[in-house]
Design a protein around this ligand. Sequence first.
Ligand code: ADP
Ligand code: MG
Length: 401
Amino acid sequence: MPLLSLKSISKNYGATPAVADISLDVERGEFFGLLGPSGCGKTTTLRMIAGLEKPDTGTIEFDGRDITNLPAERRGFGMVFQNYALFPHLNVAENVAFGLRARHRPSAEIKERVKSSLELVQLPGYEKRRVDELSGGQQQRVAIARAIAIEPALLLFDEPLSNLDVTLREETRGELRELVRRLGLTAVYVTHDQEEAFALCDRISVMVGGRLLQTGAPRELYEHPAKLSVARFLGRNNLIQVMRLSSSNERTGEFKTLQGGHTLRMSIQPGELAPLNKPCTLAIRPEHVLLRQAPDGQDNALPVEVREIDFAGATSTVKLDAAGLLLEALVLQPNSFAVGARCAACRAHFTAQRMNLILGPRASRPPGVVRRSAVGEEQLAKHFSRFALIAGGTPALPAKL
Ligand code: ADP
Ligand code: MG
């Protein structure tokens, strides 16, 4: 049984739908991420979990109990906000003790817990400090200590690191992950930062416009985005518009690119083909576009011209033009390429295993699979992810929803 379950949660502010029909499960001990652009409804979702907002529809269950109408202070959850939300008139110890006092814990226990919590966030001996004498990073540590001091049944984080500078953010991120793991806590972590979500979370739900688009482990989301919006949101991707050719057979899908008119081939599973005459998208990550000499006639090897090289330190992005199809390749050493080089020798080679087929949002069902009208969005997403997985040709789990 999952520790936390959101079942068809919706919330509107006046006419604005902030969260639309969200369902998700968080397992015990999991570090779960809600990732999405600003304004997509992450904070609203977290506040509903915390009990600070009431959903218009749907239910929230925790440990098998319906807590939809349970007041925030009776949920026993710890919360850490972006702006720290410390009490400026209280010192560090008083801030950390706040939740314990509210729970009328004996003073000896409060003292002990404050001490151990401050040790956990690496601020031992800071009890008497005023919070306005602390740096941003230290204030956020105090906020984390305050949240863990109550031994929360669930930890909720709302972009807790976004006010810290890059180095401190990465450092604190590592400590936070380690701390939550060591204490065996369950966490829901809200962020708009993909890298942060990938580094911290066991599983992530990608949220856009109040809806959950896909839930899965970071790697699964990155390698098998089930929808175009997920592929676009998570890192860079070459999204190639294609149509399936009737020359495809049971094992090999053949696609014509709408730009450049190239033929791309990838293996598929018997009986599962993208629909004919409907545009779909092949997604391939820049790091999987290989620039190398390939013999004529080799599958998926396109002659390219180098348009631009963006040097970014450890890696460079090489922008390519394959007869009108614009592509990006990520390389470690750009030395062997020059802008304007037009080489028969220089070919962008895609490995078929690294390509994902994504059906467009309006693409109709492929033959022989569940009818769209008969299933919900959730089922459909499963179906899409299955497609991505099949087209990718590598065995992987379907996205968990
Ligand atoms: P995020 O945390 O992902 O940036 P929010 O949950 O804060 O998004 O907001 C989702 C949407 O709901 C936004 O359009 C926002 O303007 C709106 N919203 C959030 N809180 C309120 C509020 N208290 N009153 C009216 N609209 C709100
Ligand atoms: Mg927010």
